[in-house]
Design a protein. Structure first.
Ligand SMILES: Cc1cc2nc3c(=O)[nH]c(=O)nc-3n(C[C@H](O)[C@H](O)[C@H](O)COP(=O)(O)OP(=O)(O)OC[C@H]3O[C@@H](n4cnc5c(N)ncnc54)[C@H](O)[C@@H]3O)c2cc1C
Ligand SMILES: NC(=O)c1ccc[n+]([C@@H]2O[C@H](COP(=O)([O-])OP(=O)(O)OC[C@H]3O[C@@H](n4cnc5c(N)ncnc54)[C@H](OP(=O)(O)O)[C@@H]3O)[C@@H](O)[C@H]2O)c1
Ligand SMILES: Cc1cc2nc3c(=O)[nH]c(=O)nc-3n(C[C@H](O)[C@H](O)[C@H](O)COP(=O)(O)O)c2cc1C
Length: 762
């Protein structure tokens, strides 16, 4: 949890009467006490939710959760005062963990500017006071762009704001509990595969209504599965119309204003030029100005030595890799159940395509200095000065689907009227966009190439689009790390972090844009890991960007420049990849007597390899201390694992028997081979939930009478839901009740007690 505490704010909340309180404790003592509490709060272990740590503007300020004493005037540094003094029309708050909600907050603010010429403050709720929502004049609005996590919980940076607003005794700066004067706009970001879809935006909306605030437009909701942009586009028309009416704004009063200035400053790199380094420390290390040692975290990822091997490779279409990151000699630690964030670079093909489409191929090594023109709206999202090539290789996300709005914006730069018409159609007609862009999974530069009739299989075959770099920076998200469930235990492997990654490759449906043919799409991060594995295995690391073509592989397999900025990621035979660890709450019970039920088909088995290793390491030391019978009273570890075929994709098949032996039979593995010879009586596939159902006579008593912990990991779209239903059904049957009351309700109770935990993705 990235919580901070505003000691200064607490000081100002002490009434300055000049009298000592009746208790005899004077104001200074109170302040000191609060400071001590603040320090304790700061030092408390964080991370109560299963989500990625927020990397948003950390350390730029502090939040103030406590209501201030009533005062007539705004503190001139407060956001409400700035709204007034800087003549801003809106304050845009974002609750964001991995940046999407922040991107949408910026998108909203930029649209407000270009439509109506109004300026906004984009704010991280963690950095400001929000008890003064009652001070926002009726001529302005507050916008909330909120992502949901876990069981519909807020992101770290919105936690305090949500807690404050949902408090039934909420009190605002003037002492009241109403927000009758407040105009608000609300857009939620979520994913329909999670049970509590967009819960945060829904809860906040209901609460603001209850407090008397006045919503502008409807509540918007973006679903990652359907495409968050779709929800935004469908929502925004009515919202903008009501926004203009409520704030008495005139459409067309705005202009298309740049967010950044970009200055080319030559080709001579020096120690201040970022060539893909992710932090100032990384730049200092790669230019020999700092030792490799440092404090490594999300802001300064560690370029970790890595080794890798193939777990399976089937028909050149399905691959799974095992990687081990060496964290010895660093401040990095981890626990079984945590996640690792891996920072890949973009594939050569995507980098080349972008440089060609923008006409920058010959200027790839030109250094540019990028500055934010309105820092209250948009900060430069990457370190610079940097070269064109490094910006496209390391700092911008090139593999996300081309959004409708991006295409609509880029139409004005089309090199031909025909290309312009194509982009305008994609931008304005959702059905055409769905059919021609979404279904074909076109990335932005591919879309531009296709619109000018070029051949997307050749990244250099491109008509030049004269799009200024500042527009590209405004339109494309910052390159994000990819998260993986750690598949080792630090008790067994204290100096290495293991990852089990399936390589994402899929075929799109046939599309008009590709001559009515399907095409292969490659996941950016997982193919980077595959490339790491291949280079370590077959490659010449000295030239770690060489193209490797394996027998049977589709011809467009992406290649990557693995050598990193200034070749800092290759030294001799050692290859390095930037990583950081994110804490999670996905944890084994500390008490080894407690049984655990682990359900993880496919790569969902990753954290359970860590859990099993954890108990094996504990078993070894227990046996040393207590002798051979040390595990007699240990609880069972049930592992439900599924894959397609026993002899094809059974992950860590050779390791499990050894672990089971060391656990004296406490590890009970149930395997479902969905495409093996065995079938259910009706001929359908056997999945993990079928095995769970068959084992219910052992599992239900373990859950209800022996305090068993249940874990699900892997696919959120269908597996996790079906397994949950199966668990609910067997609990309901055992209790002789209904699926809802004795089934799902019981699971909810278990979740509340942290005895039912999920680590799922889609
Ligand atoms: C908490 C967490 C833990 C994870 N743990 C693991 C793990 O242990 N092992 C593991 O292998 N992965 C894990 N993942 C997934 C991993 O983070 C990446 O998402 C995955 O490797 C794909 O990344 P990529 O960069 O290769 O794909 P990207 O280039 O980011 O492409 C992914 C995009 O492709 C879309 N997509 C995927 N398949 C299709 C399809 N058939 N048709 C159309 N669109 C499609 C997805 O919806 C997504 O938008 C985890 C994810 C999370 C959030
Ligand atoms: N978003 C992403 O970028 C991304 C990346 C990687 C993985 N994933 C998701 O993560 C999941 C795990 O991937 P993986 O490759 O490791 O696994 P996988 O090999 O695709 O699946 C593992 C096993 O689960 C089975 N299965 C399929 N549907 C199921 C269901 N509804 N209930 C229970 N079991 C089911 C599969 O059977 P059959 O295949 O025979 O039906 C297979 O035997 C996949 O579902 C995938 O969607 C997403
Ligand atoms: C671990 C995890 C848990 C999530 N839980 C939920 C959830 O409970 N409800 C929901 O609607 N979306 C959920 N999501 C989807 C996120 O809200 C969605 O990805 C959103 O776009 C993230 O925004 P951000 O990048 O600003 O953090 C979850 C995503 C992850 C990775």
């Amino acid at each position: 949890m990235s919580a901070s505490f505003n000691a200064k704010e607490q000081q100002t909340s002490v009434p300055d009467t000049g009298d000592a309180p009746a208790s005899g404790i004077n104001a200074n003592t109170v302040v000191l006490g609060l400071l001590v509490l603040a320090v304790i709060y700061f030092l408390m272990p964080g991370g109560k939710k299963n989500k990625v740590p927020s990397g948003l503007n950390a350390g730029q300020g502090q939040r103030g959760a406590a209501p201030k004493a009533a005062a007539e005037d705004d503190d001139e540094d407060s956001w409400t005062a700035k709204l007034k003094s800087q003549d801003k029309k809106a304050a845009v708050f974002f609750g964001s963990q991995t940046g999407t909600a922040q991107e949408y907050a910026l998108k909203w603010a930029k649209e407000a500017r270009s439509k109506f010429g109004v300026s906004s403050l984009v704010l991280d709720p963690e950095q400001v006071e929000f008890n003064n929502l009652d001070r926002v004049p009726n001529s302005k609005a507050v916008v909330f762009v909120m992502a949901s996590y876990g069981e519909g919980e807020p992101t770290d940076n919105a936690e305090a704001m949500m807690e404050f607003l949902l408090d039934e005794d909420v009190q605002f700066s003037h002492g009241g509990s109403r927000l009758d004067n407040l105009n608000y706009v609300i857009f939620g970001l979520g994913n329909t595969t999670y049970a509590k879809y967009n819960e945060v935006a829904r809860k906040l909306d209901a609460r603001l209504e209850e407090l008397g605030a006045n919503r502008i437009g409807g509540r918007g909701e973006g679903d990652e599965i359907a495409g968050s942009e779709k929800g935004y586009m469908e929502w925004k028309e009515r919202m903008w119309s009501e926004f203009a009416d409520r704030l008495e704004l005139e459409a067309g009063a705005g202009a298309d204003i740049a967010d950044f200035s970009v200055t080319e400053i030559g080709r001579e790199t020096d120690n201040n030029t970022y060539l893909g380094e992710l932090s100032e420390h990384a730049l200092k290390v790669s230019t020999g100005r700092a030792p490799a040692r440092g404090i490594f975290d999300a802001k300064n990822p560690y370029p970790s030595p890595v080794i890798a091997r193939e777990l399976f490779a089937l028909d050149g279409e399905r691959n799974c890799v095992h990687l081990e990151f060496d964290i010895s000699g660093t401040n990095i630690s981890y626990s079984a159940g945590d996640h690792i964030a891996i920072w890949p670079s973009n594939p050569d093909m995507a980098v080349e395509r972008f440089l060609s489409v923008l006409g920058l191929a010959d200027k790839r090594d030109v250094i540019v200095d990028v500055k934010a023109l309105d820092p209250t709206l948009a900060a430069v999202p990457f370190p610079n000065p940097s070269t064109y090539e490094a910006i496209f290789r390391n700092y911008l996300e090139l593999s996300a689907l081309a959004s409708r709005q991006t295409l609509a914006t880029l139409a004005q730069f089309a090199p031909t009227p025909q290309a312009r018409a194509i982009l305008e159609r994609w931008g304005s007609d959702p059905e055409v966009y769905d059919r021609e862009v979404d279904k074909a999974r076109l990335r932005p530069a591919e879309a531009l190439q296709l619109a000018t009739g070029n051949d997307p299989s050749n990244p250099k075959d491109a008509a030049v689009w004269p799009i200024p770099l500042d527009r590209i920076i405004s339109l494309l998200p910052r390159q994000k790390p990819r998260y993986y469930s750690i598949s080792s235990s630090s008790k067994m492997y204290p100096t290495t972090v293991h990852v089990t990654a399936v390589v994402l490759k899929y075929q799109t449906p046939e599309s008009k844009m590709h001559g009515d043919q399907p095409r292969w799409v490659y996941g950016m991060g997982s193919n980077f890991l595959q490339s790491v594995q291949e280079n370590l295995r077959y490659g010449d690391l000295a030239g770690a960007n060489t193209t490797i073509r394996l027998e049977g592989m589709p011809t467009q397999t992406p290649t990557y420049r693995l050598k990193g900025p200034r070749d800092a990621h290759v030294q001799g035979n050692v290859l390095r990849v930037p990583i950081h660890i994110r804490r999670s709450t996905f944890r084994l019970p500390a008490n080894t007597k407690v049984p655990v039920i682990m359900i993880g088909p496919g790569t969902g088995v990753a954290p359970f390899r860590g859990f099993v290793q954890e108990r094996v390491a504990m078993a070894r030391s227990a046996k040393q201390r207590k002798g051979d019978a040390a595990l007699a009273d240990w609880g069972d570890m049930f592992l439900f694992y599924g894959c397609r075929r026993e002899d094809e994709d059974f992950l860590y098949r050779d390791e499990w028997p050894q672990y089971a032996a060391e656990l004296d039979g406490k590890l009970k593995i149930h395997t479902a081979f969905s495409r093996g010879p065995e079938r259910k009586p009706d001929g359908s596939k056997i999945y993990v939930q079928d095995l769970i159902w068959n084992a219910r006579d052992a599992l239900v008593p373990a859950i209800l009478h022996h305090g068993a912990f249940i874990y699900i990991c892997g696919d959120a779209k269908s597996m996790a839901k079906e397994v949950e239903r199966c668990l609910a059904q067997m609990l309901a049957d055992y209790r002789g009740g209904t699926l809802e009351a004795e089934g799902y309700e019981e699971l909810k109770n278990l979740k509340d007690k942290k005895r039912f935990q999920t680590d799922v993705w889609s």
